[in-house]
Design a protein around this ligand. Structure first.
Ligand code: MG
Length: 321
């Protein structure tokens, strides 16, 4: 099958810069892909790279899209190399969405979707203490709070306030974005021993996998890998080296949805799907995978709409979004 191919770069500005231990992020840049098959069915996909997390850069994405001809084939799509994982995801999900458009009437009527719960991202620091109530009123019951941004004493203090304020049925996740030292990680895990949290995400840098594996044996808090499993190769390697905690999967940057499906179905890992601030197009493709592959009991990290200025899309894209 041949497809005519078009692509549209976009930019979205965060309402407030997103602060993590990797630094401050102000504008999300990505590319929307459109494939049209020979029968006129249209599929959209999104490339939302996150180079500081290990994917290709936006520049590499644009270079790759620009060198493609205006007509591409199935073979072109499935031959995208694994060093362009966000592009693999974007093209394969656009391809899937053409396929779904073509068979929509037959398939959709019989398909029952699993119910999905979403996790909301709280702002860092003290602002979390006010923001959770707003998100709670919007229906969120799972919250993620990023740490490793201010001093550990200050953050543990806010954490105590937060856990006292949160209703019993709320779930709290902590995410250090690989920003702690071993001593700090142990201090946090000691604090968590006395306060129930759902899980603790990526305490240490990728290079300290063995130490993180060791922490899972010494503390009862569930640990999750995120930065360590940003690529499909690393996801496989961490599983082979014995990780049986949670795997945070960012479908938009992990690469081929086809290979991810095979892996998750084979090993039945405890997977939590998470967004990289993509638009509704990438989100739709990510949610499709999450509803097939994620652990039923866990909220997924796509509750991020509170982070963007709504009308900041470039106008030519508006009719897609
Ligand atoms: Mg994370």
């Amino acid at each position: 099958m041949k497809y005519s191919f078009q692509f549209y770069p976009y930019q979205r500005r965060f309402k407030q810069p997103l602060k993590t231990s990797h630094g401050s992020w102000e504008i999300r840049k990505g590319v929307i892909l459109q494939l049209t098959d020979e029968l006129g069915y249209v599929g959209l996909g999104e490339i939302a790279p996150l180079s500081w997390f290990g994917s290709e850069s936006i520049k590499q994405v644009l270079n790759f899209c620009r060198q493609l001809p205006s007509e591409i084939t199935d073979a072109d799509i499935f031959a995208i190399p694994s060093d362009l994982p966000a592009s693999q995801f974007g093209f394969e999900s656009a391809w899937e969405s053409v396929y779904l458009a073509r068979f929509e009437d037959k398939n959709n009527q019989n398909k029952s979707h699993k119910r999905i719960n979403f996790s909301a991202l709280l702002p860092t620091g003290k602002a979390a203490l006010n923001e959770w109530k707003i998100l709670w009123d919007q229906g969120y019951r799972t919250f993620k709070w990023k740490i490793g941004v201010a001093s550990i004493q200050e953050e543990i203090d806010i954490f105590y306030h937060l856990t006292q304020q949160l209703p019993l049925e709320a779930n709290l996740r902590l995410d250090a974005n690989a920003g702690l030292s071993l001593a700090q990680a142990e201090e946090w895990l000691w604090v968590c021993e006395h306060t129930k949290i759902e899980f603790f995400e990526q305490p240490l840098p990728i290079t300290q996998f063995k130490q993180m594996l060791n922490l899972t044996q010494r503390y009862s808090t569930l640990l999750a890998l995120d930065e360590s499993v940003a690529s499909f190769e690393h996801l496989q390697a961490c599983y082979q080296q014995g990780w049986r905690g949670i795997f945070i999967i960012k479908p938009a940057i992990i690469g081929s949805p086809r290979l991810l499906r095979q892996f998750c179905q084979k090993y039945e890992i405890d997977a939590v799907f998470s967004s990289v601030f993509e638009t509704s197009i990438g989100k739709k493709a990510g949610l499709r995978l999450a509803s097939e592959l994620s652990n039923n009991h866990r909220a997924i990290g796509f509750g991020l709409d509170n982070w963007f200025i709504k009308d900041d899309f470039s106008s030519e894209l508006e009719h897609f979004l």
